[in-house]
Design a binder for this molecule. Structure first.
Ligand SMILES: [Zn+2]
Length: 382
């Protein structure tokens, strides 16, 4: 985007983010006395999903030098009990704080609110403050919000996957902008609506339709920057992590979640799985580097990394690893918490639960996970 310089764009980004805030709500923030005193203003939550054993991460530190460094600077829970419901249900439980999701089906939204909905409703956050990037697949859009009557779509997270696909409405516009062709009537209407929304956001200097379109195009380019080049065993995961890195740098959202999945290649190959872990560790390292390099983010951002479950203790006949033997390797994972308010270099060996993550994140941000069954992680704060 040669017409708009980066610095100009960054100045516009906050206002331009109005593009993404079509359903911003005006709910009154719930100020919690504890959260007010804390430094944490933003949380990045990475579901290191696909089934990842602690034995292959913190048990083999050479696989995860970046995670190891974060653990040395943060709190590592070595026995986080998982909700073993299959990949989808178990990963969803990270975001709802509920292990037993009645009526949960694969590829459907869950019945309970997600932490995105708690945060947006309680804190009155706009859509551009809460994001989820996924490794891809239609199923993964279901993490953005649930079907609970008091919450739901209007409080959901913006979704973005490795191909740069946003919420459907936004995607159509961005697709159209990227192609040199006439806009069909309905897309024209959506684009008008977005521009109107942008104008209402009071974006100084954005008074022509052309410059609004420029900002929209630039936002997509910036968010997906570098994702096209990512290939290899963890390509989907690497894209999700790169999108998160770009998001965190550009929009500085209050809550950014990432769902990974490529480690599940383990069913067919242990070596392929170990490679995914190493590559994802490197991509996580880049994300954290972006946080450390930004003075505003460095002292205000917490990172939590947790798998949805582990894997079997023993290799299968293909020299791979399934998940179903009920072993400790499967039912306990490591949960890493790193941030300005957390203890440093602490290892907690007491049993906690993966579903404790949602109440912990909500409390950090000053929201309340009303329906979650988990509890705040113990021994986290310094
Ligand atoms: Zn699997």
């Amino acid at each position: 985007m040669g017409h708009l310089h980066r610095r100009e764009f960054l100045g516009l980004a906050a206002a331009g983010a109005g593009v993404l805030a079509l359903n911003a709500r005006g709910a009154a923030p719930v100020a919690s006395s504890t959260s007010a005193a804390r430094k944490t203003k933003r949380v990045v939550l990475v579901a290191f999903a696909g089934g990842v054993r602690t034995r292959d991460t913190f048990g083999t530190p050479e696989n995860v030098p970046n995670l190891k460094k974060l653990a040395d600077e943060g709190v590592l829970y070595t026995r986080a009990r998982t909700a073993n419901l299959g990949h989808f249900g178990a990963a969803l439980s990270i975001f709802t704080g509920i292990a037993e999701q009645r009526g949960i089906r694969e590829n459907a939204r869950g019945p309970y609110p997600t932490l995105f909905e708690y945060a947006r409703k309680d804190l009155g956050l706009a859509a551009n403050d809460v994001w989820i990037t996924t490794s891809g697949g239609a199923q993964q859009v279901n993490y953005a919000y649930g079907l609970h009557a008091e919450y739901g779509a209007e409080y959901g997270a913006n979704t973005l996957d490795g191909e740069g696909i946003f919420n459907k409405e936004f995607k159509r516009v961005l697709d159209a902008l990227g192609r040199p062709r006439e806009l069909p009537k309905d897309e024209e209407a959506v684009l008008k609506k977005l521009r109107a929304s942008l104008a209402q956001g009071g974006a100084a200097g954005l008074n022509s339709a052309e410059s609004a379109a420029q900002v929209e195009r630039y936002i997509l380019q910036e968010l997906t920057r570098g994702t096209a080049d990512l290939t290899g065993a963890n390509a989907g995961d690497a894209k999700a992590l790169r999108l998160a890195r770009n998001l965190v740098s550009l929009f500085k959202p209050k809550l950014t979640a990432v769902v990974l999945q490529d480690a599940d290649t383990a069913h067919g190959s242990y070596n392929g799985y170990a490679e995914v872990i190493r590559r994802n560790d490197a991509a996580l390292g880049e994300l954290v580097q972006a946080v450390r390099a930004d003075p505003e983010l460095a002292n205000s951002t917490a990172l939590i990394v947790v798998p949805e479950f582990g894997r079997d203790r023993d290799l299968n006949s293909r020299r791979g690893l399934d998940h179903g033997d009920g072993s400790e390797d499967l039912s306990n994972v490591a949960c890493l918490c790193w941030g300005p308010d957390f203890k440093r270099g602490e290892v907690v060996k007491d049993e906690v639960q993966v579903v404790d993550v949602t109440p912990t994140v909500c409390e950090l941000l000053g929201a309340r996970a009303k329906l979650a069954k988990g509890k705040r992680l113990p021994g986290l704060f310094g």
